[in-house]
Design a binder for this molecule. Structure first.
Ligand code: FNR
Length: 367
């Protein structure tokens, strides 16, 4: 049957993938309350569309950190994509550049920064996990820069891995025929099986729990790439990110895989945007599955969004063609949303085009 929306790829992936792999991709932490909420919070935001505006031409292009892209929809880092499809990160990189948008490569990719660069031109960011061994980090960042990556997305919500119970039950581990390619030469490319999630044990052994704001500054001394702080959920941390020299913020709860019972990212977005005061751009990921979600995020002040699970699920279903289709469907839906709410370019999208739960308790005096 024809796939008509991004969400349908999840069921197809579930049929195709080994249970251990599907569960790793799909799961959230603990009760998975935030996982559900990442979607439900979008559904509580409604539109205030404007009518009788000429929408015969719609421009979705935008600029992210100075790079022009075709739409404000980009690809979030998701680890170990070759578990989904043999082409893994190669397919994702090709689909992203065909759509003229940005791909973020995970530190824990099953293809290296050099391999992904070899797929051809494209604007790519590198997601960084900071290892205890800072020489490993410095080497990796240098390699990403040399391979033409344009920015670092520094993940700051993972001093330890969140408790994903399916991974614990399945004793999740990277299949032995695959490697965390960026770490192959550093003897950190394999994951041992453990009595827990193998990934949780790997993180406990290798990732630096002492990471702090001073390290955001340190990172700027070892690279000239701009740094996006990925995993901000509060105004307090948005202000600290600005002070620490970050080039941007990604409002993210790691796809609800870290701390459960944090708010949906779309609920946290507005306070972060206000605190950033327009000094640096704010992006969002988490639960974006519809063009209407993209519009809502932009109306609340995001400069763009990133998608995670739809990429791995569509990759599992149809490889590169699946990821292309996901990007195309979101693009088409977003364009339609703009048309039906009377916006012809991204700057036309305003706070007044939506109404949130919190607005309902306030008077409508702002109108
Ligand atoms: C992730 N995410 C993630 N984030 C990160 O910084 N480094 C990583 O290696 C990974 N790996 C990863 C694997 C899988 C399977 C998932 C689902 C997620 C988090 C990711 O970048 C992003 O924050 C969320 O996926 C966004 O939410 P949605 O779109 O999946 O709902």
């Amino acid at each position: 049957m024809e796939v008509t929306n991004v969400m349908e790829y999840e069921a197809i992936a579930k049929q195709k993938l080994p249970k251990m792999v599907f569960d790793y991709y799909a799961s959230g932490a603990e009760d998975q309350w935030t996982l559900k909420e990442n979607r439900e919070a979008f559904s509580r935001i409604l539109f205030r569309p404007r009518i009788l505006i000429d929408v015969s031409k719609i421009d979705m292009t935008t600029t992210v950190l100075g790079f022009k892209i075709s739409m404000p929809i980009m690809i979030a880092p998701t680890a170990m994509q070759k578990m989904a499809h043999p082409d893994g990160e190669y397919a994702t990189a090709r689909a992203a550049s065909a759509a003229n948008t940005i791909m973020t490569l995970s530190s824990w990719a099953t293809s290296s920064v050099e391999e992904v660069a070899s797929t051809g031109p494209g604007i790519r960011f590198f997601q960084l996990y900071v290892y205890k061994d800072r020489n490993v980090v410095a080497q990796l960042v240098r390699r990403a820069e040399r391979a033409g990556f344009k920015a670092i997305a520094l993940t700051v919500d993972t001093p330890r891995l969140g408790r994903r119970e399916a991974d614990i039950k399945n004793r999740f581990v990277l299949p032995p025929f695959l490697t965390l390619k960026n770490f192959e030469g550093l003897d950190l490319g394999k994951m041992d099986k453990s009595n827990d999630s193998g990934l949780a044990s790997y993180v406990a052994g290798q990732i630096d729990r002492s990471l702090s704001w001073k390290d955001v500054k340190w990172l700027q001394t070892i690279t000239s790439m701009p740094i996006l702080v990925k995993g901000v959920l509060t105004a307090e941390d948005a202000r600290l990110a600005v002070q620490s020299g970050a080039a941007g913020i990604i409002v993210s709860n790691h796809g609800a895989r870290q701390l459960d019972y944090v708010p949906a990212t779309i609920s946290a977005l507005e306070e972060v945007v206000k605190a950033a005061q327009g000094r640096i751009p704010v992006f969002l990921d988490g639960g974006v599955r519809r063009g209407t979600d993209v519009f809502k995020a932009l109306a609340l002040g995001a400069s763009g969004v990133f998608i995670g699970r739809p990429v791995v699920f569509s990759l599992a279903a149809e490889g590169e063609a699946g990821v292309r289709k996901v990007l195309q469907m979101l693009r088409d839906e977003f364009e339609l949303t703009m048309a039906l709410s009377g916006c012809t370019s991204l700057k036309d999208i305003t706070r007044n085009h939506i109404i949130t739960e919190s607005d309902k308790y306030r008077t409508v005096s702002r109108l």
